[in-house]
Design a protein around this ligand. Structure first.
Ligand code: NDP
Length: 322
């Protein structure tokens, strides 16, 4: 089978197609024939070495397809089932062996491309809105990179929960997307000081939650726009890592909270994985959650997909078709 391999960390050019022997399903595993793999920022960070992984490795942690065979002791899925997964390494390829208890069934109205496009970022948006901190209807939140993959889904789910969303973006086209997803106010932070804009939009009160995924270039000002007892939810670092934080800055900001969450900790049990995954896929199936696929690439063009994502040229999701 064909798969992408990274033999040394580096730029997008290190993503190479290789022919390898297809895996088989071991005990407790299912062999999935992939129809689509999602491209996520974590793939860029692992490929570049920003998030160290042992080499060589196959990038990609998200995909959807059909179960081709199962190993001993598998009760969660059967051959022929349509399934999706997130947080499982090695998705940029034609086949993958996955622990069966990490697979989420894909309901009929949802096609494989949409499932591969939404599961990881949708479950991320789900835990950010429902589980990371308490929010009250009518609270303001700030969503950075609101037209990105997580951003568009987070904006929609935050709105569904009654949050009022201020989104940041870097182009007028992205602003349109963020507005369409439900952002009440959109700030082009490449043109305007977003902190001043947030204070103005909230009549000086600040926001209850900052969903901070940009990191280095926005973090300090994001901390400054939190209302007293607000929540700094630092879940990504698309512009680079955040410098160490002095806890006194949380006191000075008004008894603030800060967390650095990751999806794996919010899908630890099968019950929690199925709760989030089925809710997200169900909302897509019913049309209540819209997934915007910006572009599809053949596996061979994985490096192009990475260039586009890290070059800020995308809105919504990129997927690879093996
Ligand atoms: P996006 O589609 O959001 O792409 C990243 C976006 O970040 C860009 O489009 C760009 O939007 C913005 N950005 C701002 N500065 C930079 C920069 N210097 N370089 C690149 N992009 C920049 O990616 P994803 O939806 O895949 O991921 C969003 C973030 O969420 C990432 O940081 C990712 O690591 C994180 N994440 C965290 C998870 C968790 O559980 N902790 C799970 C999933 C994702 P604009 O042009 O509008 O500024």
């Amino acid at each position: 089978m064909r798969q992408i391999r990274v033999n040394e960390a580096g730029g997008p050019e290190v993503l190479a197609v290789e022919d390898v022997v297809a895996p088989t399903a071991g005990d407790g595993e299912a062999l999935v024939r992939l129809h689509a793999a999602g491209v996520n920022f974590i793939d860029v960070n692992q490929r570049s070495g920003a998030y160290p992984v042992s080499l060589p490795f196959t990038p990609g942690t998200e995909g959807a397809g059909v179960v081709e065979s199962i190993g001993a002791g598998v009760g969660e899925v059967s051959v022929g089932d349509r399934v999706a997964f997130a947080g499982v390494p090695g998705a940029y390829g034609e086949h993958i062996a996955v622990r069966a208890n990490r697979l989420v069934p894909v309901p009929d109205p949802v096609d494989d491309e949409s499932a591969a496009a939404v599961l990881l970022q949708g479950m991320t948006a789900h835990y950010l809105v429902h589980s990371v901190c308490p929010v009250v209807e009518g609270d303001w939140c700030l969503v950075h990179a609101a037209a990105g993959g997580v951003g568009l889904l987070l904006t929609q789910l935050a709105r569904r929960s009654g949050l009022r969303v201020i989104g940041t973006v870097s182009t007028p086209e992205k602003a349109e997307r963020a507005r369409d997803a439900g952002a009440e106010r959109v700030v082009d932070y490449s043109e305007e000081d977003f902190a001043a804009a947030v204070r103005e939009h909230t009549d000086g009160a600040g926001v209850r939650v900052v969903y901070e995924s940009v990191g280095k270039t926005t973090f300090d000002r994001s901390l400054g726009v939190l209302a007293p007892r607000g929540y700094m939810v630092l879940f990504g670092q698309a512009s680079g890592p955040v410098a160490p934080v002095d806890p006194r800055s949380l006191q000075q900001g008004g008894s603030l909270y800060m967390t650095r969450p990751q999806l794996a900790d919010y899908t630890r049990s099968r019950e929690e994985l199925l709760w989030r995954g089925q809710e997200v896929l169900g909302l897509v199936g019913s049309g209540e959650l819209r997934v915007h696929v910006h572009q599809r690439y053949p596996l061979e063009q994985a490096s192009e997909a990475h260039r586009a994502l890290q070059g800020r040229r995308t809105t919504g999701k990129l997927i690879l078709i093996p």
